[in-house]
Unconditional design. Structure first.
Length: 256
């Protein structure tokens, strides 16, 4: 493990290092699935083809699946292929120097306009190639790899951190917010620890106008007051009985 952008990242040697996840439905994408992949990378070498993430054996149309790589031209490219048709999204930005960069790949399976690469929270106006409507099922039986193609080609030399995959096409605001909340972790101020609430059939109520939050009440009395900026990092429901609220605060002044 390599202590990096958020906490522990992974350092890849550019020869044969990779991380792998077994094939599963959660990382396969059918004809009706959208996708968002985000993360941080820091290259050690340049002018080489370096795979960030792959569930695909290569860049050919016949190689079904999806992949994100940085090419020998130092541009980021996303490939999505169903073995008959392929669609690519190529960044305008180049990455020919060391340093951490955040990327966001949004794949909207029925909208080329919404399929985009974001660099450090900003829409990069990437170049698209192919007809997105012609690309169907991306599913395969391959493992998902970080830092290496599944056929052991194009190893990544450098560091990767906070790689996330979601079966939805995130908005530009969502990608920008993820970048902003993870760009400078050294400046975070934490108040308390994560709290969980578990109860069957419970309802979370958020009173936005009065900055209040409550469980099983439409008139919460607890008020959150931070004399600075507040960012909600995660709000998720793990199951029908578990609700987890995680708040991340950044503030230049004391909490009141």
């Amino acid at each position: 493990m390599y202590k990096r952008q958020i906490y522990n990242g992974q350092d890849f040697d550019g020869t044969n290092d990779f991380a792998s996840a077994t094939d599963a439905a959660s990382i396969d994408f059918t004809d009706t699935d959208d996708m968002t992949i985000t993360g941080w990378f820091n290259r050690d070498t340049f002018n080489t083809d370096d795979v960030v993430l792959a569930k695909k054996n290569g860049i050919l149309v016949s190689e079904q699946g999806y992949q994100i790589m940085i090419t020998a031209a130092d541009q980021m490219v996303f490939h999505a292929a169903d073995a008959t048709d392929q669609y690519t999204v190529t960044s305008v930005a180049t990455f020919a120097a060391t340093g951490w960069n955040h990327f966001g790949l949004v794949w909207d399976q029925d909208s080329a306009a919404n399929s985009e690469i974001y660099v450090n929270g900003i829409d990069n106006n990437a170049t698209d190639a192919g007809t997105i409507a012609n690309v169907n099922d991306l599913s395969n039986a391959l493992a998902l790899r970080l830092g290496y193609e599944v056929d052991n080609q194009n190893p990544f030399g450098g560091k990767l951190d906070e790689i996330r995959i979601a079966k939805t096409a995130r908005s530009s605001d969502w990608v920008t917010t993820e970048y902003n909340t993870s760009a400078a972790p050294g400046t975070y101020t934490f108040y308390g620890v994560q709290e969980t609430y578990s109860s069957s059939g419970s309802t979370l109520f958020v009173d936005v106008a009065n900055s209040r939050v409550g469980i099983n009440t439409s008139s919460p009395s607890n008020t959150l007051h931070v004399n600075g900026s507040v960012r909600v990092d995660t709000l998720q429901s793990g199951s029908s009985t578990d609700l987890c609220i995680c708040l991340l605060y950044t503030s230049d002044a004391a909490d009141e």
